[in-house]
Unconditional design. Structure first.
Length: 182
């Protein structure tokens, strides 16, 4: 969705924080997905592969400087974030085929919590449900979990997190913050 104008005349952007995949990771995951031989669902473009940390939704462009400042204040331990995507799941309610970690790393939960706390004073509050990290492979998917010839085993190593804008069906990075202190 592109930047729009709300009924009040206020410009807005659709924003989310995520851990991005490298181009090598994107290619490997896309290749693995193609070997599943999926006949239904809409494949997510590999350029969109990411792990969402926090979805902000439609946000007034006037709030952007405060969001950037809040994210800049998020401090993490001095190590890269490592997430192993090793499970294939169907999320029926969301109608999505997703890759998930069997174990959510403590550092990932800490990052999500730190972001939530940093953005709370700005009026952003996540729904009161448990954070479920995932990488969406297919949308509008209906069917059982497909059997893979090779088990999912993708290691995402992130050195930063990113604020993205969703515009015209594409994701545009607006800013990055390091996950490790120098």
């Amino acid at each position: 969705m592109e930047q729009g104008i709300r009924e009040t005349g206020e410009p807005f952007k659709r924003l989310f924080f995520a851990v991005d995949c490298t181009s090598t990771q994107r290619r490997a995951i896309a290749q693995w997905r193609s070997e599943l031989g999926m006949g239904n669902g809409r494949p997510v473009p590999s350029a969109h592969f990411h792990l969402t940390l926090m979805f902000l939704g439609s946000v007034s462009t006037a709030q952007l400087p405060a969001i950037l400042a809040a994210a800049a204040g998020v401090k993490m331990p001095g190590v890269p974030l490592t997430v192993e995507l090793d499970r294939l799941e169907v999320w029926r309610h969301a109608r999505a085929l997703v890759l998930t970690p069997s174990q959510t790393p403590v550092a990932l939960r800490q990052l999500v919590y730190a972001l939530q706390q940093a953005l709370l004073p700005l009026g952003f509050a996540e729904a009161p449900r448990e954070y479920r990290p995932h990488l969406t492979l297919l949308r509008h998917y209906q069917g059982p979990v497909p059997e893979a010839l090779v088990a999912a085993d993708f290691i995402l190593r992130a050195r930063h997190f990113t604020l993205f804008e969703s515009r015209k069906g594409r994701y545009w990075p607006l800013a990055h913050w390091p996950l490790q202190s120098d």
